[in-house]
Design a protein around this ligand. Sequence first.
Ligand code: PLP
Length: 396
Amino acid sequence: MAGRNFLFVPGPTNVPERVQRAMVVSMEDHRSSKFPDLTKSVLEDLKAVFKTTTGTPIIFPATGTGGWEAALTNTLSPGDLVLASRFGQFSHLWIDMITRLGFQVETVECEWGEGVPVEKYAEILAKDKGHKIKAVIATHNETATGVTSDIAGVRKALDDARHPALLLVDAVSSLGSIDFRMDEWGVDICVSGSQKGLMLPAGLGIVCASEKALKARESSTAPRCFFDFGDMIKANATGYFPYTPALPMLYGLRESLTMIKEEGLENIFWRHTYLASGVRAAVLDGWKLGLCAKDPKWYSDTVSAIVVPEGINGAHVIDVAFRRYNLSLGAGLSKVAGKVFRIGHLGDLNELMVLGALAGAEMSMLDVGIRIEPGSGVAAAQKYFRTHDNVPKKKV
Ligand code: PLP
């Protein structure tokens, strides 16, 4: 098919040409005396992305799922109790992993389209006087439903209850796109991956551990080997890895971190809010459809899950978009399969790219029989973009 594929799934995202070029490298000796320059510079620059000065970034040749496993097995012991909430496919999969690894979990079931139930967490933590709960899990951005949660609120719930549990956060689809504050929010482990806000292919599980998490590791007895923080930190201290690193990915990461520095993290967050607002104007004002997110406070700036009318299969919209218009939209997953389709709006993206995706989504919806006003979504987004700033007026 002529022309470019429009990649609008919520990860993997578009890899900028600069990053693609940076990854075309000959293999080299990862034990050379030059190699530590690369390791040290990416680990140092990742701190700014996590907004931490005291945390330790760690890079695994893995994905976000590997990062989850690392977070759990480095801090917990078999049978430990974890507090979690389920409101989408990714928060669900994390809970599934907790049980499969032999930990116990107290799950708060929420409606899909809501986020971390902060008040309920506060109640449970206040009641847990014996501190049976060893870790609290929160998915910052639930990619399946387009919901962003209040991590500062979870921290407050822990502090108000004077509860010592660790706070483990999934920021796979928020890091580098939606404001995330490791130190300020007292996050003990943040889990992310390379293929979303960091604008790389999938292949790196990128986590950051607080001093408290590293202390917990010393007494944690969960079996771990590949994902052991200790081996990694020891090798990283001299600029090396305990096993063969994914070289091209590290060079790509070096370039994407440079791009993030150049644009400025706060400008990036601003751009994501601005582009997401254009998408929401299209969905709500133009097409007059609904979002899976139940309330504006949950709206995600990286992904929108659009509810299709009764009698229409969302998978059909995605199929037409791909086959007829070469546009990749995100599928509805698990409980919301067929009920929604998703537009990913994160990473290396601008207004015209978003307008192209909205135009394609609009045509695909019309093709499958959804009665929207032709051109209405694109017009609503254009109006939003033309009347709003895409960067903060004064430096933040
Ligand atoms: N958590 C969230 C919120 C995600 O969106 C994803 C993937 O899309 C994952 C975890 C799993 O990450 P990975 O596919 O990199 O293993």
